[in-house]
Design a protein around this ligand. Structure first.
Ligand SMILES: C[S@@+](CC[C@H](N)C(=O)[O-])C[C@H]1O[C@@H](n2cnc3c(N)ncnc32)[C@H](O)[C@@H]1O
Length: 369
């Protein structure tokens, strides 16, 4: 829609909210098309939670897996999923409505391309299932907004609160697995946007079990790799990376960036999906520590989903902003906010690279002057 003067825009908004306008709009062909598109978009928002819960049920009941070898009849699926047949029919029909399943002429249901693709995205099913905690927190959204001090999601991810060693290894393993699986797409996009040619040694701070470094290691066979994360997380990384094929160029540095200095010697440092877990003062201290650990001209790469800021973004300003709010400790920042923190920490030559899938990641690079 063309940009309107604020006065005319206010008038248009008041008009659009009247029933008379909507009746008129439905009669005029061109306006009717726009009104229908706006109506459909609005309905998508209204239906969003139900769509998401249908998806949750399909994943939890492993419906997509069950249909991997071919279409099945509703009674058979009902038996396998222990759901009454008439309810299973509704669920499968809903899955087809969402484009995940296909309803065949004989009434059986099979996988559609959408459902098959979902099975192919690494970590996506585990991600979907962990949303149970977020949805529980959002069951009363107004209560959540007024006082979000006790959320299930924060309990799901206790590592962000804990100092090194304060976290249960079992919980850490679950969390690290989820992070490592979902890291594949983040690494793919980050490395596509930011070639690391010329980097001799990369330190990945908060690098989890090393999934990002593994992708870097494969793409840059000469690069030395350093991984810094909480001791309990690096325990998991050690086993994972032992037979990765580049253990000889990888050094693990257990520690907490809240309390310990960062190792020096790398000419580039990456922070992948780290900043949005923490408040501004922790982020500023971390960026100052990164600045201190880099040599003059050293490079920092920040990769995470970012708010659209002045131009609100559908994915990051809804999903990630609410998600990080439920996490309680951090927030989804815009590129401009991260850039301001980088400047305060002493960085120069800061540039923003908007992701081609902003819901996966965007990147900011900066240099120590
Ligand atoms: C959201 S995860 C991202 C992991 C990985 N970079 C990725 O994108 O998959 C955040 C990481 O920061 C680490 N982390 C949190 N607090 C930390 C601290 N105080 N010191 C070091 N690492 C920390 C966590 O253990 C976790 O591995």
């Amino acid at each position: 829609m063309p940009r309107l003067h604020p006065f005319r825009r206010g008038w248009l908004l008041r008009l659009a909210a009247t029933r008379r306008f909507q009746v008129w709009a439905a009669r005029i062909p061109f306006v009717r098309r726009i009104a229908r598109a706006k109506g459909a978009a609005l309905f998508d928002v209204v239906a969003g939670f139900v769509n998401a819960q249908v998806l949750m049920a399909l994943v939890e009941l492993r419906v997509l897996h069950l249909l991997q070898d071919g279409p099945m009849a509703v009674p058979q699926m009902a038996g396998l999923c222990a759901v009454p047949p008439e309810r299973m029919q509704v669920l499968l029909q809903a899955g087809a409505g969402l484009g995940l399943l296909k309803r065949h002429a004989d009434g059986r249901f099979g996988l559609a391309i959408g459902g098959a693709s979902l099975l192919g995205v690494p970590g996506l099913q585990a991600m979907i299932l962990h949303h149970r905690a977020l949805y529980a927190d959002l069951a009363d959204p107004v209560a959540f907004l007024r006082d979000g001090s006790d959320t299930q999601l924060a309990r799901f991810w206790p590592y962000v609160f804990g100092a090194a060693g304060a976290v249960d290894p079992q919980v850490t393993a679950t969390y690290s697995e989820l992070m490592a699986e979902s890291q594949v797409l983040v690494a793919e996009d980050t490395l596509r946007m930011i070639p690391l040619t010329g980097v001799r040694r990369l330190l990945d701070v908060g690098g989890g079990t090393g999934a990002f470094l593994a992708a870097v290691g494969r793409a840059y066979p000469q690069m030395q790799l350093d991984l810094f994360d909480l001791p309990v997380v690096l325990e998991g990384a050690r086993q994972r990376l032992a037979d990765s094929g580049f253990a000889d160029r990888l050094a693990l540095h257990p520690g907490s960036f809240r309390d310990d200095p960062l190792p020096v010697g790398a000419d580039a440092i990456s922070l992948v999906r780290v900043l949005y877990d923490h408040d501004d003062s922790t982020v500023l201290r971390l960026l100052q520590a990164v600045h201190a650990a880099l040599p003059a001209g050293g490079r920092l790469i920040i990769s995470e989903p970012m708010s659209g800021g002045a131009v609100p973004d559908r994915a990051t300003d809804v999903y990630f902003a609410i998600y990080t709010m439920a996490m309680q400790t951090g927030r989804t920042r815009s590129a401009a906010e991260i850039e301001a923190l980088l400047s305060s920490a002493g960085f120069a030559t800061i540039s923003f690279h908007k992701g081609f899938r902003p819901f996966i990641t965007s990147v900011i690079t900066a240099r120590r002057g």
